[in-house]
Design a protein around this ligand. Sequence first.
Ligand code: HEC
Ligand code: HEC
Length: 394
Amino acid sequence: MRLLALTALVLLRASAVSADSFVLAEHCPPSFDRGEDGRCHLASLYQLYVAAPGQGGLRVPLPEMKGSFTPQQIDLGRLLFFDPALSGDGRVSCAHCHHPDLGYADGRRTAMGGPASGIGPARDGGVELPRNSPTLWNVGFLGRLFWDGRAASLQEQAAGPLFAADEMASTPEHVRRTLSANATYRQLFAQAFDRSSNQQITVDEVTTALAAFQSSLISLNSRFDRYAHGDERALSEAELRGWNVFRGFVGRCAQCHIPPLFSSDDLAVVGAPPVPGQPYDQGAGALAPMNAALKGAFKVPTLRNVTLTAPYFQAGQFATLSEVLDFYNSPRGHALPAGAGVELHWHIHMKESELSAADVADVLEFLNALTDTSMAPQVPAAVPSGLPVVPRLH
Ligand code: HEC
Ligand code: HEC
């Protein structure tokens, strides 16, 4: 009996790449309701709140999501996100650097591109990229993407890694041709975009589906959220103290990491240390050399699921959250190279140890309360190209 079941399973896996075994979801993912327009719209208690988005408040409305998509587009994006067929050599998928078991980041200080892309230690054939892979949780709310904020939408962003020689090394022609040559994908794209399966698949459709999937990565169900919605016992005493330091006058963290997303679309100069042996990363300043205020400015990253996404900062300069707190609790500009000439944000602390050791310990406790992966989408067991899906880590 056991053997039979096993054989059935093997057969199922082997046939998983045939056209009819991929069926796109007809229902919206959890956290979304299907609207009359057929698209999935976020359903969250935060939308009931009307408070002005004053920083540090508890019941603050969420910003609008930047796009809305059909269940089929979201589900197709899930297959594409995990499919290495999109890359030039068929070996790298988005999930290699945005791994579901690593908070949709990769656990590396900076990303590894090229044919040996992805998680784990440096490997032959890999190209060390200058920046850290950010998490993708709640990315659908963001109006600025990349550490320097250079992309304004997920659709625009996706072309970055797809066509960068040192990331997925693909070309628009390669993506169109490879996917259009696959009968399963032709059928799935026809379904998701409501058109005939005889048509060529376009890059625009691919980036739309990828944006759809990424927008479905919602993390708004942490213990912090339960507390915000009225469950007073959801946070421990230390976490509650940490929250008050985080949002309070001394901590000032919430001025930039604004609840409920704990991020913002702003760029800020906090004075991150340079990476030894690397040129000083000027962030958004490199894109706007005439704007002195942007020199050394980076997008304020989300702190949702931050316990899962070490190392931290734009080049993984800090291995732990405790190191990050030490950085913030040291005098302004202490980590900058001499003569960096950057204008630090006014909310960055002036002096050493403005937070006591107990405050720091409490803030670290509080950051744990922002962890929630309960709405994690299912990692596909197989993708239509038949290429291997990135291995699970646990
Ligand atoms: C080789 C590793 C690698 C691969 C493969 C990769 N990424 Fe990334 N991703 C990164 C790095 C590094 C950054 C940050 C780059 C920067 O800011 O300059 C990033 C940034 C992003 C961002 C911006 C997030 C934010 O908060 O600003 C999104 C969205 C994203 N990637 C999605 C994707 C998608 C979709 C794919 C597949 C088409 C993909 N990535 C493939 C490494 C990778
Ligand atoms: C002036 C705005 C500002 C303030 C105030 C601020 N941050 Fe940040 N935070 C940022 C920016 C910008 C970055 C990215 C910096 C970089 O990569 O160089 C960042 C990065 C981080 C990271 C790393 C996240 C990641 O995924 O890499 C953590 C953790 C963090 N901040 C926590 C805090 C805490 C805790 C406080 C309060 C003590 C705080 N921040 C205060 C703007 C701010």
